[in-house]
Unconditional design. Structure first.
Length: 260
């Protein structure tokens, strides 16, 4: 049995194991828009189309700019129903004042805060450096204020995806948060997935973090001892897209890269 066949079977087993999970039920059968922060989304005027999707997922530092300006919303939409946060964003969230945290949720329609490594004992498959998170207190605070946001711990998906990525690459790798969100949507049975402006494959800059400069999709990035590799993620994404019966709407950059 090939590595691809083994991973596909493990993915189906994980889908079955998590099928009663509230987040799995939330994504199943729905249309999901996954919107990244790459500058290539600017000027596309796709905001209204993005907001038509049942689920709109965004990431990390995007939360510091919510709610979006009218000009920005015209390109990337105003709707956010799922916010994915990586360990560093969890740490950032821990430092924010209560008023700022409430502002992130009050101006949006966030239904799920999706995270991994929320505790020092829950680690990436191949990464020792982990921030301690404090997700539950934020959720409880939002519940008291009437916001119905739930938490979803996505480490099972991250562990499986990073394992497959590592076997595919032949070296230890960790999947990026954006790649994780795509895998989650496929894993849990989304019927259609729109992907726009994800920084793990774009060469353009970061809309919310200009200090990052130009992104290099062919460069293996090293972050706090957790290795990422865009080229391997793209190769694996192409394989995954061929295994599952999901309708994809890709931006021009990703269409070109997947087709190569």
């Amino acid at each position: 049995m090939s590595i691809t066949e083994r991973f596909y079977n493990k993915t189906l087993l994980l889908r079955e194991r998590l099928r009663r999970n509230s987040y799995a039920k939330y994504l199943k059968g729905r249309r999901v828009a996954i919107i990244g922060p790459a500058e290539t989304v600017k000027g596309k005027a796709e905001g209204a189309e993005i907001d038509k999707y049942d689920v709109v997922a965004r990431f990390n530092t995007t939360m510091d700019f919510m709610p979006f300006s009218e000009e920005m919303a015209a390109d990337i939409g105003s709707k956010t129903t799922v916010l994915y946060v990586c360990p560093s964003s969890v740490a950032s969230l821990a430092k924010k004042k209560a008023k700022k945290i409430e502002g992130i949720f009050s101006g949006n329609q966030i239904e799920y805060l999706t995270y991994q490594n929320n505790h020092k004992n829950h680690q990436y498959r191949y990464c020792e450096f982990v921030y301690e998170g404090r997700i539950q207190p934020y959720l409880k605070r939002m519940h008291k204020k009437g916001y119905k946001v739930k938490g979803h711990y996505s480490n099972p998906s991250m562990a499986l995806l990073s394992t497959w990525l590592t076997h595919h690459a032949g070296v230890p790798l960790v999947a990026r948060t954006g790649f994780l969100s795509i895998f989650d949507a496929i894993l849990h049975g989304a019927t259609a997935i729109m992907i726009r402006g994800m920084t793990f494959y774009h060469a353009g800059g970061h809309m919310f973090r200009p200090m990052v400069g130009e992104l290099k999709p062919t460069k293996q990035h090293q972050l706090l001892g957790c290795p990422h590799d865009s080229t391997k993620e793209l190769e694996l994404l192409k394989i995954i897209m061929g295994l599952f019966d999901t309708k994809f709407d890709l931006d021009d950059s990703l269409t070109q890269l997947i087709g190569e």
